[in-house]
Design a protein. Structure first.
Length: 319
């Protein structure tokens, strides 16, 4: 196979990952030496320290002195994984760019297959997806599956069930993603929205090598809501439909009450029924207003034009 001398940038978001970093770097270095020998590729690691409170940054500084391939960007506080990935994409200089988690739930050895696919075919991206969710609670797995079903039905982007952020992309695709400067980012949706040809590699779920997950159930739920708001206006339509339905029901009930009173002489029900109706309609009104409020809040965040992140220290220049 022709040696292309390609550079592969590997973006690794990190938040309190001191326990797993040594294992990760060991594994990814094995892949580097194998791919360098096979394809003559070069790696650059761009670790994003997302406001870690442990010794993550200290370890990264030490690794960068020992290994010229290790670069790091340290945020002034925790800005979230989305900001970390965006920062990595902005600073990546490689011909191909990989996003991978440090917890080793994403198998680094798949990068060989990803790269081979990109150089031998017309694919622009090779992404990974989990075929199962072993090790996760049934409730968490159920809601995850439901999220993918819902977002595929109500949005114009096709997000594969079990899709991971772990993927390798061409420089053209990365430049397209970086050009989208929205503040409220949902990368899984953005990867699909830019529309490049993607091949999916399935793999079985792998538990963390070390450390603990930073994603709680509620954190994932809020992240899912952000994804729906970012790529669908269906909730706004839902609130409008609910309003129309409730108005129709109210009108029908008014005619029913009038008819019963005039024809049968029935007395109009007292305060318990009135209280229930008021509570129900008030609750639906608050629900619909809440949906509108979420969209307004996202718009408010966008128009303020605050930066995605603030860098405190780094040893890599922006592309």
């Amino acid at each position: 196979m022709e040696n292309k001398n390609d550079v592969i940038s590997i973006i690794v978001p990190c938040h309190n990952e001191q326990e797993v970093l040594p294992f990760f770097l060991e594994e990814v270095e094995k892949v580097y030496h194998e791919m360098h020998k096979k394809y003559n590729t070069e790696f650059e690691y761009i670790f994003i320290d997302d406001g870690s409170k442990d010794k993550t940054l200290e370890l990264l500084k030490g690794y960068s002195k020992e290994n010229s391939r290790v670069k790091y960007i340290s945020f002034s506080r925790n800005f979230g994984k989305e900001a970390g990935m965006y920062a990595g994409l902005q600073h990546a200089t490689g011909d191909y760019v990989v996003i991978i988690d440090a917890d080793l739930q994403d198998p680094p050895h798949l990068m060989d297959e990803m790269y081979k696919t990109l150089i031998e075919t017309d694919y622009d991206c090779v992404a990974s997806c989990r075929v199962d969710r072993k090790g996760e609670s049934k409730i968490r797995s159920f809601f995850a599956h439901m999220f993918y079903k819902v977002i595929r039905k109500i949005s114009k982007v096709d997000i594969v069930d079990g899709a991971r952020d772990f993927r390798m992309m061409t420089r053209q695709m990365v430049d397209s993603i970086v050009s989208l400067e929205e503040y409220n980012r949902f990368s899984k949706g953005i990867f699909a929205w830019v529309g490049y040809k993607t091949k999916w590699i399935p793999f079985e779920n792998i538990n963390r090598k070390a450390g603990t997950t930073k994603w709680s159930f509620w954190g994932l739920l809020l992240y899912a809501i952000d994804g729906i708001l970012a790529f669908s206006t269906a909730p706004l339509a839902l609130s409008a439909i609910l309003g129309i339905v409730l108005c129709c029901v109210a009108i029908i009930m008014i005619f029913v009450i009038i008819a019963k009173t005039l024809i049968f002489g029935d007395k109009v029900a007292g305060w318990p029924s009135t209280a229930c109706i008021i509570c129900f309609t008030s609750g639906m009104s608050m629900f619909c207003n809440g949906i509108i409020g979420l969209y307004v809040s996202k718009t408010y965040s966008e128009v303020k034009r605050r930066p995605q992140y603030i860098i405190k220290t780094k040893n890599v220049n922006k592309k």
